[in-house]
Design a protein around this ligand. Structure first.
Ligand SMILES: [Zn+2]
Length: 346
């Protein structure tokens, strides 16, 4: 993966990879997002016998309704609409039984529109989406009022501000206003997703330590770059971050009882020419070993994952990576921990 590709990944939470055939926009059954039934994908067998999946990182976007500033100049595969119908097609046969929507870094003026649309999706009961993590700007004066206004919406489970966006300078999450907002989230029973540059994870660790009553999720295995873990002989470019530093930072996160790790995202930046399971295993296994079987959750990160591989590629690779772990641990990773952490309806 070239430097420019990787910089897009870091600034936009995405990498680059194979574009796949994703269907166009459906109707508008649930607010902004379509839930129209879609035919089975040809040649895809059912994996219903596999463990059920709770996807803790589902994105949806309708670009006629929401502005995602970070998509400007993004690869074509991302600059189209992704609704519930497309999600159903992408996950067909994978036994995805529930999903938690993850905010998509809309422009601040659209944050409420996004949140309100997702509450409607959750309440419609017509899709696997049962809860949502909404966007917010914890360093702003209006954050307390903003988040309190959603306290009567039980579908809202947490907040995220993408901290690797260009607008998020290093150290933002340690500013006093930001820290105070994190403490407020804890009081409200809401979590915060830490989606950070891999070289800045220690800021997140410091934040988690300052807010022991707030629950944090480290997104995308700390945004580790798979290429950084390849042997020198295979690597095409210099590593984009130090793999050992990442290992130490993730271990430091794991030492915080109020932090869990989302196993997600890494396929978007998977290097070409290496099987997914092979390039992603060092990252996934370190996270699983350090956080232990009870503090790891699965996330699809669709459609951003399409930059590296399909949803199916990600699920199949992860199944391969964890195949030798006890079934009880795999069940926790794929669904059990997410149900407990997000208090999902049975
Ligand atoms: Zn994502």
């Amino acid at each position: 993966m070239s430097g420019s590709r990787r910089s897009f990944l870091i600034t936009s939470s995405v990498g680059i990879g194979a574009a796949v055939g994703v269907a166009g926009v459906g109707g508008a059954a649930a607010g902004l997002y379509s839930n129209a039934a879609r035919p089975l994908l040809e040649g895809v067998s059912s994996d219903a016998a596999e463990l059920p999946i709770v996807d803790t990182h589902q994105h949806l976007w309708d670009l006629s309704q929401l502005t995602l500033g970070w998509l400007k100049g993004a690869p074509e595969v991302l600059t189209r609409n992704y609704g519930l119908a497309e999600y159903a097609a992408a996950t067909e046969g994978l036994n995805v039984v529930q999903a938690v929507y993850m905010e998509v870094d809309v422009i601040p003026e659209h944050q409420r529109k996004e949140a309100d649309a997702l509450i409607a999706v959750c309440r419609s009961g017509k899709s696997p989406t049962v809860a949502a993590v909404i966007s917010g700007r914890p360093d702003s004066d209006g954050f307390a009022e903003y988040i309190r206004s959603y306290s009567s919406a039980p579908e809202i489970r947490g907040v995220r501000q993408v901290l690797h966006a260009e607008s998020a300078v290093r150290g933002l999450c340690l500013k006093p206003q930001f820290v105070a907002s994190m403490k407020l989230l804890g009081e409200l029973g809401l979590s915060f997703d830490l989606c950070m540059r891999p070289g800045e994870l220690e800021d997140g660790v410091a934040l988690a330590k300052q807010c022991p009553e707030t629950r944090f999720i480290v997104d995308h295995c700390g945004n580790a770059a798979p290429a950084a873990f390849l042997p020198k002989s295979v690597r095409k470019n210099p590593p984009e971050h130090d793999a050992d530093q990442w290992r130490r930072d993730m271990s430091a996160f794991a030492a915080c009882p109020n932090v869990i790790c989302k196993i997600s995202g890494v396929i978007a930046a998977a290097p070409s020419g290496v099987p997914f399971a092979e390039s992603l295993a060092p990252i996934v296994n370190h996270c699983l070993d350090e956080f232990g079987p009870d503090r790891v959750v699965f996330g699809g990160d669709w459609p951003v994952c399409l930059l590296g591989g399909t949803y199916r590629d990600w699920v199949f690779s992860l199944r391969q990576i964890v195949a030798d772990r006890p079934r009880v641990e795999r069940e926790k990773l794929w669904s059990g921990n997410a149900r407990r952490f997000y208090r999902l309806p049975a």
